[in-house]
Design a protein around this ligand. Structure first.
Ligand code: AMP
Length: 194
């Protein structure tokens, strides 16, 4: 399974990816987690990215593409992957397309988790209290949502035009949402298999 999960910050991509990776036996690749690990390790790239992330802005496309290319070259990603947090704009979607074509691993599907902004703000507030992520403070979440609407939302159309996009309601019990995603993907493989 080669899957991209799309959705606003706090839409549940990470939570669902963690469940789906068990189901499909492929790694969950979160660019946000990779960047946070680089920040925590104090690598030069992490030091560069920290201020950008804390402000809720996007880290540069070049850094992200290099990071992703290295990650997809690892053995555990040879049999597929679940991408969470990438692509975040059209340039990244295009770069991903080229990269996956080059390595012979085209996407099977793209799932977009739909969650209204009001619910997103509530979820991020809870995560802010629980995990203390600087970019989950309410002001920064509003900025991240604005960037999402402006830069990431068009990525859904990019995949819709390629017939890859499935939209899933991301509100409800976790099990229910996982079942909806699996159902959307089963529809995908039923179509793919004829
Ligand atoms: P996330 O955990 O996916 O919400 O990502 C946290 C932060 O990491 C984002 O607000 C960005 O600053 C940065 N980030 C993660 N993925 C990307 C990406 N694909 N492009 C640019 N910045 C990213």
């Amino acid at each position: 399974m080669r899957l991209v999960l799309l959705g606003a910050p706090g839409s549940g991509k990470g939570t669902q990816a963690a469940r789906l990776k068990r189901e499909f036996g492929v790694p969950h690749i979160s660019t946000g987690d990779m960047l946070r690990a680089a920040v925590a390790a104090g690598t030069p790239m992490g030091q560069k990215a920290k201020a950008v992330m804390d402000a809720g802005q996007l880290v540069s496309d070049d850094i992200l593409l290099g990071m992703l290319e290295d990650r997809l070259a690892q053995d555990d990603a040879k049999g597929g992957f679940i991408l969470d947090g990438y692509p975040r704009n059209l340039a990244q979607a295009d770069a991903l397309d080229h990269l996956l074509t080059r390595i012979g691993q085209p996407l099977d599907a793209v799932i977009k988790l739909n969650v209204p902004n009001k619910a997103i703000i509530g979820r991020c507030e809870i995560r802010f209290q629980a995990e203390g992520r600087a970019d989950d403070n309410p002001d920064t979440v509003r900025k991240r949502l604005a960037i999402y609407a402006e830069q990431t939302a068009p990525v859904a159309d990019f995949y819709a035009h390629r017939g890859k996009l499935k939209i899933v309601d991301g509100v409800g019990e976790l099990d229910e949402i996982t079942a909806r995603v699996k159902c959307a993907l089963a529809g995908e493989s039923a179509t793919a298999n004829g």
